[in-house]
Design a protein. Sequence first.
Length: 293
Amino acid sequence: MSEEKLFCYRHPDRETGVTCSDCGRPICPDCMVFAPVGIRCPDHAGQAQGTQRVASQVRRASVGGTGALVTKGLIAANVLVYFVNLAQGASLTDNAGDLFLDWALIGQAQLLTGELIGVAEGEWWRLITSAFLHGSVIHLGFNMLLLYWIGAPIEEAIGRARFLILYLVSGLSGAAGALVLTDPQDITVGASGAIFGMLGAALVFERQRTFVLGGSALSIIVLNLVLTFAVPNISIGGHLGGLVGGALGGLALSRFGRAHAVYGRPGVVGFAALIAVGIASVLLAYWRVENYV
């Protein structure tokens, strides 16, 4: 019987016969760190050795996720928008105000004045601004808790720039999914589409043996999908769209399996593929609303 082939956990396209003496993960020659006892992967190599490795870490820190600053910034932005809504007449259990009317995701609706509003009327910003609105303080609190719990470790793993782009692309995918599966006049708000996108990306990362959520990404996804279908007034399309968009975004960062999404460099191809997911989401939304006009 032939032995199973091993591939480097940081470079999935490189076959190897060496594993880390601490965690057992396969590593290629570029990832091997020779310790006093055994060969270790970079994650278990202790202090970085050599000026080249230190320089590499300094470069990574410049766009790294230390402190989860983007995640905290997104949470602050959501909370700020909610306070603006409160100042414009919203309550703790319901939303209202001009900002809510201008930013919420609506395919097409007619106001009492006869004015038509919505994405079908060219208000494309709603695809992303709706991710910063919430229907109640409970809705806001639950989503922000999930965002911190899920977003912070992902940002720490992939760095601030990649995390922010991935989050926004997931938000666009969630908005497109919501438009596809709802009536045009329905209102959809919340960061949950983007958060589901982070879960989809986390599943991809954990398939590449980078356990950003401790190996529990699939379990969390299943639990949240059960809640999505069981609890009323939840945007099924928004959650499913965000999940698919985030997973595709995670695959794009790995150049669809040719590199490691966390440790590898996505390069122009990876970033282009990630942006393409966002563009595809906008096109899907356009396809959905063009029939309203």
